[in-house]
Design a protein. Sequence first.
Length: 318
Amino acid sequence: MTQQLAPARRTDRADPTSAPRTTGLLSVVIVSYNCSDLLRACLESLEADASRQSREVIVVDNASTDGCVEMVRSERPWVRVIESGGNVGFARAANMGIRIARGEFILLLNPDTVVPASALRDCVEELARRPSVGVLGCKLVRPDGSLDHACKRSFPTPVSALAHMTKLPRLFAGSSLDAYTAAHVDEDEVALVDAVNGAFMLIRAAALDDVGLLDESYWMYGEDLDLCLRFWQANWPVLYWPHETVVHVKGGSAGQHRAWRTNFAFHHSMWLFFHRHQAASYPALVRSAVWTAIWLKLGVSATRSITARSAHRLQTRR
């Protein structure tokens, strides 16, 4: 890790009612919400995988209204579907899938991803070859081929987060201001990093049993960062392995312009992570400044989202 952080609050461990583990099995857990077309493409990519990696696929649906559940059950009967009963957020829904997963390895996979053939097998084999590693994340790219910088992260600090928000890393590439996205690690370099993205997070089940499930205090966003921190604190390193590349659309469930609830959740997760893991290391003045900056940013972001969504509605009516 690149910095010292306060001890994390432990969350639910795997309990005795969890499904028994099957050696060599990969459990793919996908949380869906109103993304039927993207989910279909994701499942098609998994089905087309010629490696035939031993696996089970679990889709946990958060009360979608666009036919996600019906689509999966009719078109992909080999997928196990769980209905969460409401829009319970990502962490809680993912935990529902994890609790019934039987695999020695568990992959948290976003529905807005497309996984190339053999990627699952290659990633599982790589993690299996590194018994001390708890988590593996691959290279993520946007549909246009550009890097999704969130695929490798450093734990944010007030300085690096502020620099990221204000786009200063573009002016000071390679400096400490560029630490937010682990810029010291090349996009094609295998390296241990603070965190990888929950869009594709391959987890050793034994490590997860050790550190506990996703923290459900994070409704959406931030839970992957929190989990990676807890892996590090339990001496389970996190590996960025770019030898496989997965396409990540981003915003598949949240949309390109966040609604108020998801926008609030995004900024709340920032404060929650700082408050839980870092605030005790900073004086009250800095804590107050971070709190103020986060909620001011929410105000700006919400205004932009409302404006963009309103403009989009006007265009579609023409």
